[in-house]
Every structure is written in structure tokens, then in C-alpha cells.
Ligand binder design. Structure first.
Ligand code: ADP
Ligand code: MG
Length: 226
């Protein structure tokens, strides 16, 4: 079976060509199969977010190759990367990054608007369905500031799922939440993974959450440690 994510010899440096050039990832080999639910763990500063941003096509490797769904991304231009990212990948960050001036529903519609320029009836139906699934059907007209932290993150999860991605990348999605909200968010990701077969790569510092994943990848000092 074709890997959903495959990295080979990936290195990443920041500040290339400047006096502060520093290599953060030192040759990462990694494979994620379709439908896998994997925890990305490791000490703070080890390069987990950098790795996630590379896989999410938000940054480019300095060298090495990165395939998403069998496609070599190193040869793609910016527009092609943006297209592939929009169609294939959903993101959840530690801080929800919801747009403050828009309602919960509008935030969940945003990926469709960005992808297609306009949200149609199907997008609206899907957005409402997702808000219902994360338990926020009643809150669709509320702005982020009117919601609790856990609710805001549930909107962010609904938004990440809006375009039915094959790959979910979540960077400490529960890092800012109390235990109960953290469990709820994690449950939603597991449920989406079970229901749709989307692969999920989740950065977490919580051992009990990591233990619920099928597999753990540990990053230490910019290298895969296991
Ligand atoms: P983690 O998510 O595991 O805490 P990060 O990927 O955020 O680790 O950071 C790994 C290293 O890369 C750290 O030393 C950090 O300071 C450095 N780093 C991260 N982003 C940048 C950047 N945009 N410019 C320069 N250095 C960065
Ligand atoms: Mg990080």
C-alpha cells in the first residue's frame, strides 16, 4: 500500500545563508500508512512542530524528499503545494487560530471558501453536520470569544475536517485545555480516524493520550529516536 506520508533523509535548517543558520532536523526517515493514528512525542525544542509544518507543506525541507499520498512534493511550486495542502490535509494547532470576527459556522466554512472561492449548499450542510458532531449545533452563530477554550478547539477540529482530509496533523491540540476538554478533543480525532480512515499525526506531551495511539514516533534533538 502507498504511504500517506513518506519522508526520506529530510533535513531542515533555519536562517540558511545567515550567521545564525542552524539545522533543526538532521535526516528524518518516516512513513505513515493510510488510516494510522500516530503520536509524535519528544522533548520541547526537539523539532516536532518543524516536522509537522514540513509534512503539512507549510515549510519546505532544506534537503531530502517528502511524498504525500505518493506525490513527490519537493518538485511542486507554491500554488501546487497550496492546492495539495487544501485538498488533503487538515490542521489543528495548540491555539485554535479561529478568525475572531466570524461565527463558529463561518469559521468551519472557511476552508471551502478558500478552496473554491465560495461556500455552496453542500458546504453549509457539511459544516452544520460537523458542528453537530463536535457538540456545537446550538453555537453556530457564536463568535470564538463567546465560547470556552474547549469549545473553541472543537470548532477548530470541525474546521480541520471540513474538506474531508486524508491526513490530520494536530500540534499539541490539547495542550491548552483542562483534562476533560483534552479527552473530548482526542476522542473526536479518534472517532474521525475510525469513521473515515484519515491518518492522524498528533503531537502530545500527555502520556495517557499517547498511549491511546496505535504507534509513537519519538523525536529527540532533530532525529527519530525509536
Ligand atoms: P518542538 O515543537 O519539538 O518544541 P520546534 O520544531 O518548535 O520544536 O523547534 C525546534 C528547534 O527549531 C528549536 O530550537 C527552535 O528554536 C528552532 N526553530 C523553530 N522554528 C524556528 C524558526 N522559524 N526560525 C528559527 N528557529 C526555529
Ligand atoms: Mg512544538
Amino acid at each position: 500500500m502507498e504511504a500517506i506520508v513518506e519522508l526520506s533523509g529530510v533535513r531542515k535548517s533555519y536562517g540558511v545563508g545567515t550567521a545564525v543558520e542552524a539545522e533543526v532536523l538532521h535526516g528524518i526517515d518516516l512513513r505513515l500508512e493510510p488510516g494510522e493514528f500516530v503520536a509524535l512525542v519528544g522533548p520541547s525544542g526537539s523539532g516536532k512542530s518543524t516536522l509537522l509544518n514540513l509534512i503539512g507543506l507549510l515549510e519546505r525541507p532544506t534537503s531530502g524528499t517528502l511524498h504525500i499520498g505518493g506525490r513527490d512534493t519537493t518538485t511542486l511550486d507554491e500554488a501546487e503545494l497550496t492546492g495539495l495542502r487544501g485538498r488533503s490535509i487538515g490542521f489543528v494547532f495548540q491555539f485554535h487560530h479561529l478568525l475572531p470576527g466570524f461565527s463558529a459556522l463561518e469559521n468551519v466554512l472557511m476552508p471551502a471558501i478558500i478552496e473554491r472561492g465560495v461556500a455552496g449548499p453542500d458546504d453549509l450542510r457539511r459544516a452544520r453536520e460537523l458542528l453537530a458532531r463536535v457538540g456545537l449545533a446550538e453555537a453556530e452563530h457564536k463568535r470564538p470569544s463567546q465560547l470556552s477554550g474547549g469549545m473553541q478547539q472543537r470548532v477548530a477540529v470541525a474546521r480541520a475536517l471540513a474538506l474531508s482530509p486524508r491526513l490530520i496533523l494536530a500540534d499539541e491540540p490539547t495542550g491548552n485545555l483542562d483534562t476533560r476538554s483534552a479527552n473530548e478533543i482526542f476522542e473526536l480525532l479518534l472517532e474521525f480516524n475510525r469513521d473515515t480512515g484519515a491518518a492522524c499525526l498528533v503531537v502530545t506531551h500527555d502520556p495517557s493520550l499517547a498511549a491511546r495511539c496505535q504507534r509513537r514516533i519519538e523525536i529527540v534533538d532533530g532525529r527519530v529516536a525509536n
